[in-house]
Design a protein. Structure first.
Length: 251
């Protein structure tokens, strides 16, 4: 069994999609709605896989303001998407560590060494094009390889799976893809790759995902149902290489 670990922030203005909101016509409210939709697709997709899910959420003091319980806000999204049986395969634990690299390293190392899981994988919940097949492909590859990576754009990762820990210090800085592979091979790990998926971190990433999801819907081959629906509700599209919002309220 593989455990999929996601570092998830609560869907709040000023916490999620901040850079995208600053650089595109999306309003803060639309940015939160889009993030919630991507998170909903993450829960819906991983529920269909063979993996269990561990949501690592920030403690309240790690976030600006005092706006409630992060775990409950994230759990509310999961409860809207999953039935009771699927919810039993989702755990919620507070993040431990001063940086994203430390937090994911602590979570993966704890699962592999302390809980003696066969394999554990960091999976980015902001990858709407994630599908069941690629998660299960990674889980199968981890039966034959020590490390499996899923590339994203600009040297990033949407997935990094392990049967044994590596040195996770600052692993998500710079080029996470190269960092993981370099440190895995330094430990004599066999490394395999799964197909690339975009992680929505920047306006460039969002343009790619918006165009792909809109095109798939037009072709009658939809995926990422929640994100696609939210894109339509916002009126988000790409024109002349730029993101535009047709909904006047979100300009």
């Amino acid at each position: 069994m593989t455990v999929a670990v996601a570092l998830v922030d609560p869907p709040r203005e000023g916490v999620v999609c901040s850079d995208i909101v600053e650089e595109t016509p999306l309003s803060p409210a639309a940015g939160v709605a889009l993030y919630e939709a991507m998170l909903a697709d993450f829960f819906a997709t991983t529920a269909k896989t063979t993996a269990d899910v561990l949501v690592n959420y920030p403690a309240p003091e790690m976030l600006p303001g005092d706006d409630g319980d992060p775990a409950e806000e994230i759990r509310a999204v999961a409860e809207r998407v999953l039935d009771e049986d699927d919810l039993e395969h989702v755990r919620f634990e507070v993040q431990v560590g001063s940086t994203p690299s430390a937090r994911i390293g602590n979570a993966l190392t704890h699962l592999l060494r302390d809980e003696e899981e066969q394999s554990a994988a960091f999976v980015d919940h902001r990858a709407p094009l994630l599908d069941r097949s690629v998660v299960d492909q990674a889980a199968i590859a981890l039966r034959r390889n020590d490390t499996v990576v899923g590339p994203a754009t600009d040297g990033g990762l949407f997935l990094a799976g392990f049967t044994e820990p590596i040195d996770f210090a600052d692993v998500l800085r710079g080029s996470p893809l190269e960092n993981v592979v370099s440190r895995a091979t330094a430990e004599d790990h066999d490394v395999d790759f799964v197909r690339r998926r975009e992680v929505v971190r920047t306006p460039r990433d969002l343009k790619t995902v918006v165009s792909l999801l809109r095109a798939r819907r037009m072709a009658g081959r939809p995926m990422a149902a929640y994100t696609t629906a939210q894109i339509e509700e916002i009126g988000l599209r790409v024109e002349d290489g730029e993101l535009v919002v047709s909904n006047g309220d979100d300009r």
